[in-house]
Write a protein that binds this ligand. Structure first.
Ligand code: FAD
Length: 344
């Protein structure tokens, strides 16, 4: 079916001028909208103003009426709502099939997807089926209003340069966007948009079937949404010292992050990794404990409001981006900070 979609699309009278508007994938799980969708709505509104167009969301799920209201509040003009028991959980094959149908009907000039596990899987399949380009993991979007082109910027060569990519000859212009790099708008819950129920075929004949789902061990505080993050790097010296980091994080009501060094060493799960190949965070306060400040780590935490670095090497690169630096051994400084916080 992938081939027939490509052929149909290429053979149909493909005319760039027919494409208008910005479409966003409204990723949700169990009725909870992924935070990156709010960020995409904020960014989508900014881009739409430059293009003089509107922002729509394609929302797949089961019993999603409550979600629709939220999407309007956060800036959606229209929501393509496809509610069906088969769509309760994300399924690459089924979701791709439906999103492609919605795009073929609504013809958006831009399609934005969060660079989440689901979003990455969906976007690649949709782009392939529509024969269009896809820029993965964007960190900045700009509009060339005259040519109606989306300039999609993403880190390349391990973050050593930023590549700006355009898609001049195909539509929609598609990209996945990292979380925590765009800003949501203030929600307005009095805002009501248009709900569109598109005419789509929901095929139950799937190659991929969900057998079971196992919930991840829940972290004490969700890293992506945390106001305070205490992150550990190789400078903590031994895995046992992670307990010290966790205790400090608990005192502050903070989430625990890490550099890739600890993930590679098997001391902490990948879900804690911050950086280019981990997650992006934007907390109010970021503690970098025994982290050198490699560019790939900085890529994930540079937009923290206030960075506090603890490192025994006064020349560690992390101090160049830190608002406050403490030079010394983790084993001495962290217990002293815990004592101080507990005494408050
Ligand atoms: P190190 O660089 O070894 O730094 C340890 C620091 O601890 C040093 O500055 C040292 O002075 C200090 N220290 C040592 N002992 C103590 C002590 N007792 N007390 C206080 N300080 C002490 N990295 C990421 O983090 N996230 C990513 O997403 C990521 N993606 C990558 C993608 C690619 C393609 C590549 C090539 C690399 C990537 N990396 C990533 C790895 C990155 O380049 C660094 O290797 C990594 O961030 C280093 O981790 P670190 O700072 O914990 O360790």
């Amino acid at each position: 079916s992938a081939i027939s979609y490509n052929e149909n699309f290429t053979k149909s009278k493909f005319n760039i001028d027919e494409y208008n508007g910005i479409l966003i994938f409204g990723e949700q799980r169990d009725g909870k909208v992924s935070s990156v969708v709010y960020e995409l709505l904020g960014e989508g509104n900014r881009l739409a103003r430059q293009l003089g167009t509107k922002v729509s969301v394609v929302l797949l799920g089961n019993n999603t009426d409550k979600v629709v209201r939220e999407l309007f509040a956060f800036g959606a003009d229209d929501v393509f709502q496809i509610d069906h028991p088969l769509l309760e959980c994300f399924n690459d094959e089924l979701y791709t099939d439906i999103v492609v149908q919605v795009i073929l009907q609504s013809k958006p000039e831009i399609f934005l997807v969060g660079a989440t596990t689901y979003g990455r899987s969906l976007a690649a399949r949709v782009a392939s089926r529509l024969n269009t380009g896809l820029t993965a993991d964007c960190t900045c979007l700009e509009i060339d209003a005259e040519k109606r082109l989306l300039k999609q910027t993403r880190p390349a060569f391990s973050g050593n340069l930023m590549a700006t990519i355009i898609c001049p000859n195909h539509r929609p212009q598609m990209c996945t966007v990292r979380s925590k790099v765009m800003n949501p708008i203030e929600p307005d819950f009095s805002k009501i948009g248009q709900i569109i129920k598109p005419n789509v075929t929901i095929s139950p004949n799937l190659k991929i079937k969900k057998i079971d789902s196992i919930k991840n061990k829940v972290q004490r505080v969700n890293l992506a949404d945390a106001d305070i993050i205490v992150s550990a790097g190789r400078g903590i010296q031994k895995p046992q010292n992670l307990e010290l980091i966790r205790e400090f994080a608990d005192c502050l009501g903070a989430a625990v992050g890490s550099s890739r060094a600890l993930v590679d060493a098997g001391w902490i799960e990948y879900s804690h990794q911050i950086g280019q190949t981990g997650i992006n965070v934007r907390p109010k306060i970021y503690f970098a404990c025994g982290i050198s400040g490699a560019i790939q780590h900085l890529a994930g935490m540079m937009s923290a409001k206030y960075i506090i670095a603890i490192n025994k090497d006064p020349n560690a690169p992390i101090f160049k981006v830190a608002n406050l630096g403490m030079v010394g051994e983790i084993e001495h400084i962290i217990p002293a900070l815990i004592k101080e916080v507990k005494n408050k």
